[in-house]
Write a protein that binds this ligand. Structure first.
Ligand code: PSU
Ligand code: MN
Length: 306
């Protein structure tokens, strides 16, 4: 009653086909219209072209929709920030009030897990914010990763966060951080952060095998796949980090707090780079869709064998 899984996604899951969850906060709060809609639809196409079934997730009139239609995706893009950004704490209220909600990494994981979807593709995750020692601003995404059984394929995390503290937090809660053909935690717009991932995984099969073991042992919680942005779309870390630093100063000045921080920083950086960062953002999501679909395909194969 509170969750509606599309017929296509239901059938795919029943037939052990690779289903890929996709979030809607990236559509409504992460990118401007119409690029947000174009990107969301293109990601779905890439998943299909690689043999997967996309399941874009959002809340429509209080119902968690798993597998949105193109028209629904268009609506999330058009309505943009006027749709509430819904994390774990918001979910019950938004559903009870029968409102629309854009799902963050945390809530997309919740709804994906309830529908039986293992793999979720996005751009970047939330994490421990800089100066969290004072602000206590730690994304609910990290607690969700600690407890909910979904694998999140991302391009690492932006330097709007405190990346070393984010890794420490994930270690404490037992979340594996796996590099896709990389030793380093990816830093979203750039391929390197100077920080090591837990393991460098050589291919989708190796990742799927580790996930299969985690699930078989009943070790609850998520897995992070850090997939670096392709070289040709990457930005110079020095250049992008100076934009990020400016955006952080701007945020302090304007007194933005809480759930508005991440969307504010994303928009400020995109504006300052005149869309360059947005172009990189779009390409890294496409790249994550390819890797995520490959991982989901290997997980399905492992299920057949067992
Ligand atoms: N990081 C990005 N792009 C995004 C987000 C994070 O690079 O669009 C979104 C995701 O939906 C993530 C949310 O779950 O922001 C985290 O928000 P907060 O920091 O308020 O928890
Ligand atoms: Mn926060």
């Amino acid at each position: 009653m509170y969750i509606r899984v599309s017929e296509e996604v239901k059938a795919a899951l029943a037939a052990n086909k690779p289903v890929i969850a996709l979030e809607s906060t990236i559509i409504s709060h992460g990118m401007p219209y119409p690029q947000n809609v174009e990107t969301a639809l293109q990601v779905e196409k890439i998943v299909r072209d690689h043999g997967g079934i996309p399941a874009t997730i959002g809340i429509i009139e209080g119902v968690g929709v798993v597998g949105m239609s193109p028209e629904e995706i268009e609506e999330f893009g058009k309505r943009g920030m006027s749709i509430a950004k819904v994390s774990r704490r918001d979910l019950p209220v938004i559903m009870a009030k029968k409102q629309w909600g854009a799902t963050t990494v945390a809530t997309t994981m919740i709804l994906a897990a309830q529908a039986g979807i293992e793999v979720f593709v996005t751009g970047g995750i939330g994490g421990v914010h800089r100066e969290a020692q004072q602000t206590f601003d730690i994304s609910a995404d990290l607690q969700e990763l600690a407890h909910t059984n979904v694998t999140v394929v991302c391009a690492g995390a932006k330097a709007i966060l405190d990346l070393p503290l984010t890794l420490e937090y994930l270690e404490t809660f037992g979340v594996p951080v796996l590099g896709y053909q990389s030793d380093e935690l990816a830093a979203f717009y750039s391929r390197t952060s100077g920080l090591k991932v837990d393991y460098n995984m050589k291919d989708a099969k190796e990742i799927a095998d580790a996930i299969t073991v985690k699930r078989s042992l009943g070790l609850n919680g998520g897995v992070i796949i850090s997939n670096p942005i392709p070289e040709e779309y990457a930005m110079d870390p020095k250049v992008i980090n100076s934009y990020i630093d400016n955006a952080l100063i701007e945020m302090k000045k304007s007194g933005v707090k809480g759930k508005d921080c991440t969307p504010f920083l994303l928009k400020t950086i995109a504006d300052a780079t005149e869309g360059k960062s947005l172009a990189s953002n779009i390409q890294l999501v496409f790249n994550n869709a390819i890797v995520g679909t490959a991982i989901a395909t290997e997980i399905c194969k492992n299920k057949e064998i067992r």
